[in-house]
Design a protein around this ligand. Structure first.
Ligand code: AVJ
Length: 324
């Protein structure tokens, strides 16, 4: 059975998710809320920044090893991309895979997704594309894709896996294993531990694009949930949390104040922050252990400096009961 949710219902769910985070002792907002039209565009700008090494490094790794990567994926695979955004990296795969059953991009930013799929359709007129606008952090049912294929391979680049805690990441990989199924694979980008100064500048760029990206959360709340955040009274901060091995992005209140979000009052102490994102950095063994219940690491490719990894994982079980 397919359960169709109305847009109103989705808005009510989002409201609850946002407000319940803002009521916590450590106020927080879900990272996916970055990605409206403006946020997605700002993120693309971040990817081009000199300081932001992940995108450039990952694309380099994909380029340098594309023949071998294509061999792992094999022919006639169904390619499913989580958080496809502007679909830049997939072009590398599309250009080097011998045959592809179909491409299924999934993204939370619906308009952005459809525009990217359109553009891709013009460039690859013979490719079958099935865009799915969905929030993959929630349970979602992938529509039945009616094309013959040898196996499903999920593409999850960018180290977006780092937005989850390791426990959440494992749980998420369980869902991915469900989607990939028997003989399925996962081609994933995983950012690695490195010198803290490199990390710090990547998330505190000099032009302040990351700051704008972070502050866009408040802009969105003001516009979409009738909030009254005074943008001049908050500042962006990204810090390395050594204990957890993650970058944390915060929005810090510069003074004591009360803010309203959709009729609810929120109190801020001076210096109090909203946590907007984790970005975990992994060791290779540590990541293999997180994935282990569902996937076996078949191959790891890295750059010379070992700053970033691209990994091919093979599904070892579909441990979960099928969702009712
Ligand atoms: C898309 C989640 C991988 O964590 O590096 C970029 C998002 N945040 N700059 C990351 C992000 C700040 C990015 N991910």
């Amino acid at each position: 059975m397919i359960q169709y949710t109305t847009v109103d219902n989705e808005r009510a769910l989002l409201r609850e998710e946002l407000l319940s985070g803002l009521r916590l002792p450590q106020k927080s907002l879900p990272s996916k809320y970055f990605y409206d039209e403006i946020g997605s565009t700002l993120f693309e700008e971040i990817c081009g920044l000199r300081e932001y090494y992940p995108t450039r490094t990952e694309i380099g790794i994909l380029r340098d090893n594309i023949t071998e990567i294509a061999r792992h994926i094999g022919r006639d695979a169904l390619l499913i991309e989580y958080g496809s955004g502007a679909s830049v990296k997939i072009r590398l795969l599309l250009d080097h895979l011998e045959r592809i059953a179909a491409y299924v991009p999934i993204d939370i930013s619906g308009e952005h997704l459809l525009a990217a799929a359109d553009e891709l359709g013009r460039e690859y007129p013979r490719l079958r594309i099935f865009p799915v606008p969905a929030d993959y952090t929630q349970d979602f049912e992938l529509p039945e894709i009616e094309v013959e294929h040898t196996r499903s391979v999920v593409f999850f680049p960018g180290s977006t896996i780092g937005n989850f805690t390791p426990a959440e990441a494992r749980n998420f990989l369980g869902h991915v294993a469900d989607v990939a199924g028997r003989d399925g694979g996962l081609l994933i980008g995983v950012d690695l531990k490195k010198d803290v100064t490199v990390l710090h500048s990547a998330y505190n760029d000099r032009r302040g694009v990351t700051a704008d990206f972070n502050m866009n959360m408040l802009v969105r709340l003001n516009r979409e949930f009738d909030a009254d955040f005074d943008l001049d009274t908050f500042r962006h901060s990204a810090v390395w949390n050594a204990h957890h091995g993650r970058i944390e992005m915060h929005l810090i209140s510069l003074r004591e104040q009360t803010v309203h979000v959709d009729g609810e009052r929120l109190h801020f102490r001076r210096g109090e922050s909203i946590l907007t994102e984790y970005s975990y950095k992994y060791g290779l063994e540590q990541f293999a252990a997180v994935a282990a219940p569902y996937f076996r690491v078949e191959k790891v490719w890295t750059d010379d400096r070992r700053w970033f990894s691209v990994q091919y994982l093979r599904c070892v079980s579909r441990a979960r009961a099928p969702r009712a």
